[in-house]
Design a protein around this ligand. Structure first.
Ligand code: SF4
Length: 412
């Protein structure tokens, strides 16, 4: 069977951010890895590649997308179906909005693909797709490496992604990870090492939603990575800075860039959103300890929590600058359908639009509590310019050159 897997991505600020900071998308590559070799497989990641839908000639198209790309994904799906091609929709948005997605597809796949993928492909082959396929938590002992020959790593500027774990035990109000992936599962370390050894690049994301949650596993992984001489990016919580042995081991194994959700200086917003374990007063010292290992710290500044009033913009600029986060983009809190915060705002009648293309972090899609929607949008734009004002930018670059080296300082 001819199968085309597509990560749909509409032109937007969200796309620009993903293109700059992202690597191979998990949903797309997981499905490709689970596809038996006898199928004829094509993959397109619209984040970094151009898609011409008219040139797709397949028996089955599977589109993956998150909320900001949903309308675009549906438009593509409608085009393929009009040509008689079977269409399945999967990924974050279809998982949490399956009835909506069903209007544009022959089948909707929710959750993780591995446990239902063979059944879905067999049904597509016999043209008997069922309307819904409900994925369950996959056993990561048996996932295959991501294919490297369908979208080469050069397309991601030499960057690649290797799966380490799925899921997170925290339940942050705005996050879809707990609902989509459930509790944390880890891949066996030898499988990860083998996959990395076979890659033609040494610049990687070790993909995990909370990489160091299991300390023993993380220490064993870092030890096994050390001889490979790789440079890697990871995502975890600020707690790594409070564990000198773990931080040192991560740095020795090649950690160069860390994504940490610090989100906001507002204690009450952190507490409400489920991130009470972050103590704003400790962040500066924690980041300094990470910098001592030459590691770049990246955290978004989320704006528009109910606990935020108009003073939050100035406060956030000063906070993120003062604690010396290296990379920080302002994001208007996105109430993704399926998240706890969407449910709350919807119940309170505060969702202003269901135009999913506006759920990209630059639009106020809900009625904020402490300001107007236009104040929120303006405040987020102002944050960007104030955080990157000439004075602050130059000071930051000089500090980064000293702490992280010139190449890294110029790269970020
Ligand atoms: S935001 Fe991070 S810590 Fe919170 S639930 Fe999502 S993955 Fe876990």
């Amino acid at each position: 069977m001819k199968i085309t897997l597509i990560k749909a991505c509409a032109p937007s600020e969200f796309k620009k951010y993903k293109k700059k900071r992202g690597g191979p998308p998990q949903s797309l590559f997981s499905a490709a890895a689970a596809t038996p070799a006898h199928h004829q497989l094509q993959m397109i990641d619209e984040t970094v590649q151009k898609l011409n839908p008219k040139k797709i000639n397949a028996d089955l198209v599977v589109l993956f997308f998150s909320t900001p790309d949903a309308i675009h994904g549906y438009q593509l799906a409608d085009q393929f179906r009009a040509r008689g091609i079977q269409v399945v929709l999967g990924g974050l948005h279809p998982t949490f909005m399956p009835e909506e997605a069903a209007k544009h597809s022959d089948a909707v796949m929710t959750g993780e693909c591995e446990n239902i993928w063979q059944e879905l492909l067999a049904d597509a082959e016999s043209k008997q797709l069922k309307p819904f396929y409900k994925g369950t938590s996959a056993d990561l002992d048996h996932v295959a490496p991501y294919p490297v020959d369908l979208i080469p790593h050069q397309i991601y500027d030499g960057f690649w992604s290797v799966l380490v774990s799925r899921g997170c035990r925290h339940k942050c109000s705005f996050c879809l990870v707990p609902g989509m992936l459930g509790k944390t599962r880890y891949r066996p370390i030898p499988a990860i090492i083998e996959e990395i050894k076979n890659l033609k690049t040494n610049w990687l994301e070790l993909h995990a939603d909370n990489l160091t949650d299991d300390r023993d596993y993380a220490l064993a992984l870092f030890k096994a990575l050390e001889p490979l001489n790789i440079n890697w990016v990871g995502e975890t919580t600020i707690k790594i800075a409070d564990d000198p042995e773990l931080l040192e081991a991560a740095a020795r194994s090649g950690l160069k860039y860390i994504l940490i959700g610090i989100e906001t200086p507002s204690k009450s917003a952190l507490k409400y959103s489920g991130k009470g374990f972050i103590k704003a007063e400790n962040i500066k010292a924690q980041i300094e300890r990470i910098h001592q290992h030459g590691i770049v710290v990246d955290s978004a500044a989320i704006l528009g929590f109910d606990e935020h009033g108009p003073e939050i913009f100035e406060e956030s600029v000063e906070f993120f600058n003062d604690v010396e986060v290296d990379v920080c983009v302002p994001v208007i809190m996105i109430p993704f359908p399926g998240s706890r915060v969407f449910q709350q705002l919807d119940q309170e009648g505060r969702i202003l639009t269901r135009d999913w293309s506006k759920y990209d972090g630059t639009h106020a899609v809900y009625e904020p509590k402490g300001m107007t929607p236009s104040e929120l949008e303006k405040g987020a734009t102002d944050f960007y310019y104030k955080f990157n004002s000439t004075g602050k930018y130059m000071k930051r670059k000089l500090r980064q050159i000293k702490q992280l080296g010139t190449t890294t300082a110029l790269y970020i």
